[in-house]
Design a protein around this ligand. Structure first.
Ligand SMILES: Nc1nc2c(ncn2[C@@H]2O[C@H](COP(=O)(O)OP(=O)(O)OP(=O)(O)O)[C@@H](O)[C@H]2O)c(=O)[nH]1
Length: 376
């Protein structure tokens, strides 16, 4: 069983078509890494929020131990703030970025700890290990330093304001020192593990790209193209939608290699890929299925539009001119087009129809587009 095409497209990094001919993902582009971190945050936060919530409520028992008289008040405050954070987290889902929701959960949970502790005698000193300890999971959840600092900003200000108000100066200074050292440690852990995660993410992206693309042309690799096409054919059948494919072969490519050398042949393969991809819709995809053979899959496209697209590709290929020391390299291409019909059992059958049309284009003189005969 093939995984769904959308999963395959996202495994390749972005939309498959957008990557055709685009080369390896740009290692300096952190936007995909940022999206992956946000997705991880969405997965981790509910669990982390629940753990924080349980801890904060358990601290109420501790409050009772320190000051039974005030325990009811602090317990109510803690529970109210945790509930506010949890309710807002779920009701803001989809309306606000995950970073804001994360800040809210962390802010309400640690805010509850700090405010309740400040109400108890020596509470802030006694609760300091819990308040600073709560920062450590953040280093795992959010390794981006600027985001981490934004997350801790509100609780830190609360800690400083309440600490200055309720603690003696020297005790307050010691608490601030412990807090600052912990924050520096947490930031260092975030930076180190962020670097490790970024390196792993890039390696994963590069591997996914290599698995799904042809390294010479940047077009989709045959296996990946077949997987995507198999899925799109199933969709087209299910919903009675059109789909067409083109099979393109560079004419007399051997002569290019023989006359200009293999590097020129390679450059021509890249130029043909770029020229063809430029003629396609973003929902189409283009793969290299053999030495100088390419297949383009066009979902939601009938035979007439596919023929027009194939003609645009033929003209674009004929316009290619590569300047080499041995003179300009030019080429033409023959293209076979086949539209999906009920008689095509699967992608191989459709491909065989396009191959037959391509064969006719070759035998009829090359540099032309031919359609496969209509099938019931
Ligand atoms: N430079 C280069 N050449 C390749 C690559 N893959 C296959 N080829 C060459 O492509 C040529 C294909 O030749 P043929 O199958 O005879 O096809 P053709 O010369 O294009 O002739 P027609 O298809 O009949 O028009 C062979 O010489 C292969 O060595 C590649 O990645 N790079």
């Amino acid at each position: 069983m093939f995984p769904p095409a959308e999963a395959l497209r996202s495994a390749a990094g972005k939309d498959a078509a957008a990557h055709v001919g685009a080369g390896m993902p740009d290692a300096s582009d952190d936007s995909a890494f940022g999206l992956a971190l946000d997705a991880a945050l969405v997965r981790m936060l509910p669990a982390l929020g629940a753990v924080f919530g349980v801890c904060v409520i358990l601290f109420s028992a501790w409050d009772y131990w320190i000051s039974p008289v005030q325990a009811a008040g602090t317990a109510l405050l803690r529970i109210a703030l945790v509930l506010v954070g949890a309710i807002a987290y779920f009701s803001w889902n989809g309306r606000f970025p995950v970073a804001w929701r994360c800040a809210l959960v962390y802010g309400t949970h640690t805010g509850a700890m700090i405010t309740s502790a400040a109400m108890l005698p020596n509470g802030l000193v006694l609760a300091l290990p819990a308040i600073t300890g709560a920062m450590f999971p953040l280093a795992l959840v959010e390794p981006r330093l600027h985001r981490l600092l934004l997350l801790v900003l509100a609780p830190t200000l609360l800690f400083l304001v309440l600490g200055a108000a309720v603690l003696p100066h020297d005790v307050f200074a010691s608490c601030v020192l412990v807090y600052a050292v912990t924050l520096a440690l947490v930031a260092a852990i975030a930076v180190v593990q962020g670097r490790m995660r970024r390196a792993a993410f890039r390696a994963e992206q590069a591997l996914a790209w290599c698995a799904h693309h042809d390294s010479l042309s940047g077009a989709l690799a045959r296996g990946y193209l077949v997987e995507l096409a198999t899925h799109d054919i199933a969709l087209a059948r299910r919903y009675g939608r059109p789909l067409a494919i083109c099979m393109l072969d560079i004419d007399f490519f051997k002569r290019v290699n023989d006359r200009f050398g293999h590097p020129a042949g390679d450059a021509l393969i890249r130029a043909v890929t770029a020229a063809c991809v430029a003629q396609l819709r973003s929902s189409d995809y283009f793969g290299r299925v053999g030495g100088e053979e390419f297949v383009c899959v066009m979902p939601e496209t009938g035979e007439r539009d596919a023929l027009a697209c194939a003609e645009r590709m033929r003209v674009a290929v004929a316009a290619i001119r590569l300047d080499t020391p041995s003179g300009p390299v030019r080429c033409t291409a023959s293209i076979g087009v086949a539209a999906l019909a009920p008689a095509h059992a699967d992608f191989s059958a459709l491909l065989a129809a396009a191959d037959g049309a391509l064969y006719r284009a070759k035998s009829n003189g090359r540099d032309r587009v031919e359609a496969a005969p209509g099938l019931p």
